[in-house]
Design a protein around this ligand. Structure first.
Ligand SMILES: *Cc1c(COP(=O)(O)O)cnc(C)c1O
Length: 383
């Protein structure tokens, strides 16, 4: 057995991030302020969006996006069950109903061919997911949203640095192509602020409302009040939330953003190397990258050969000091969703959850680590 433990993921955090946090702490201003504004500017520039609004995490980002889209009780939003539960929860936070459609088993993303059958007079929008960093088929989904006059929000939690071919050029996910895109800055994604989220949009009015809603519905920001030479009294015109990011997190995020191009590049190199190495194992189903997509390989998910038991294979890997994870969950199978009747069967979502696993992939992985993972997997699936 190999001595070294190989985790599934590992953030890159170094002296630069530590210095950034220190600088903010010693400045005496730690709440949402100049660093958050700086991260928003730099993130917007990175993805090519006119507006980016930082929040406390991607779950709150999705909640605010759904609030801005104006959904409430009686409304339906089409999404996937096959996602982290925060996706569907954000719809339920507003009292609306998630309507689940199945995934395409090659990209693990919403199957656009199933959307129209799910549209009813109550449908207000679509919440699509760029699952595990793989762009979903926006070119197929967007015309459906347009045709029916419903919104389209992108759950881009995992997709920082992913790209999509759009009108003949490679765009970053988050431009955004749809109405809004929500990102996560959790350590399990590519870049992190500990906890953190970002919402991008092309709509100035939505961006303005996001800033008010994340800050208790308050009409004046702390920065404006702090720097004003005149006394200002704030107003609260609507019920808002405390969904703010703090300046310590944002300063760390700005350093992380500088690393993102390298992180994406190194992950893509590891991803294509996995493709080559794993092609030798009979029965393994490799992930698929359409020619219009460039994933960041936030997760590298493979299907096990028929007849292999997921838990057994994962345990054999762990016995050899290699961590894996079960593929993406299905929200509809959780107790918290038991009262939500399924509109459609979701065979692919369930099959992927039950028969696929995620392999270790992180920038610091060596060639030897990767060979070890593949060799160990080869033995683990010979069942
Ligand atoms: C991680 C994740 C989220 C939630 O992100 P947080 O920042 O942890 O709130 C939402 N959707 C998807 C698809 C995710 O992978």
């Amino acid at each position: 057995m190999n001595e070294k433990f190989i985790p599934v993921a590992k953030p890159i955090l170094g002296e630069e991030e530590a210095q950034a946090a220190r600088r903010v702490i010693l400045s005496g201003w730690v709440v949402q302020g100049p660093e958050v504004a700086g991260l928003e500017r730099e993130f917007a520039e990175f993805v090519g969006a006119p507006y980016a609004c930082a929040v406390s995490n991607c779950t709150t980002a999705l909640h605010l996006a759904m609030l801005i889209m104006g959904i409430g009780p009686g409304d339906e939003v089409i999404t996937v069950s096959h996602s982290f539960i925060a996706t569907a929860n954000s719809i339920r936070f507003c009292g609306a109903t998630p309507v689940f459609v199945d995934i395409d088993p090659t990209t693990y993303n919403m199957d656009p061919a199933l959307i129209e059958a799910a549209i009813t007079p109550k449908t207000r929008g679509i919440l699509c997911v760029h699952q595990m960093g793989m762009p979903c088929d926006l070119a197929a989904i967007m015309p459906i949203a347009k045709k029916h006059g419903i919104f389209l929000v992108e759950d881009a939690a995992c997709a920082s640095g992913s790209e999509i071919l759009w009108n003949g050029q490679w765009d970053k996910i988050g431009k955004p192509h749809a109405d809004m895109a929500c990102f996560s800055l959790h350590p399990r994604k590519l870049v992190t602020t500990g906890e953190g989220g970002m919402i991008t949009t092309t709509n100035a009015e939505w961006d303005r409302r996001l800033r008010i809603l994340r800050h208790q519905g308050m009409s004046v920001t702390d920065t404006v009040r702090h720097s004003s030479k005149q006394v200002i009294f704030e107003d609260y015109d609507e019920v808002g939330y405390n969904y703010r990011m703090c300046d310590i997190q944002a300063a760390v995020g700005r350093e992380q953003l500088k690393r993102l191009p390298y992180i994406v590049e190194s992950r893509r190199a590891l991803g294509s190397r996995y493709m080559t190495l794993l092609a030798d194992i009979p029965g393994i189903k490799l992930p698929f990258e359409p020619d219009w997509a460039r994933t960041n390989w936030q997760c590298f998910c493979i299907g096990l050969p028929d007849g292999c038991d997921q838990r057994t294979v994962m345990q054999r890997m762990l016995d050899n000091n290699i961590a894996t994870r079960r593929a993406v969950m299905c929200s509809h199978r959780e107790k918290s969703y038991a009262d939500l009747p399924l509109r459609f069967p979701l065979p692919m979502s369930e099959k992927v959850q039950d028969n696929y696993i995620m392999l270790p992939l992180f920038s610091q992985m060596t060639d030897e680590d990767q060979i070890l993972v593949v060799e160990t997997l080869k033995r683990a699936v010979s069942c």
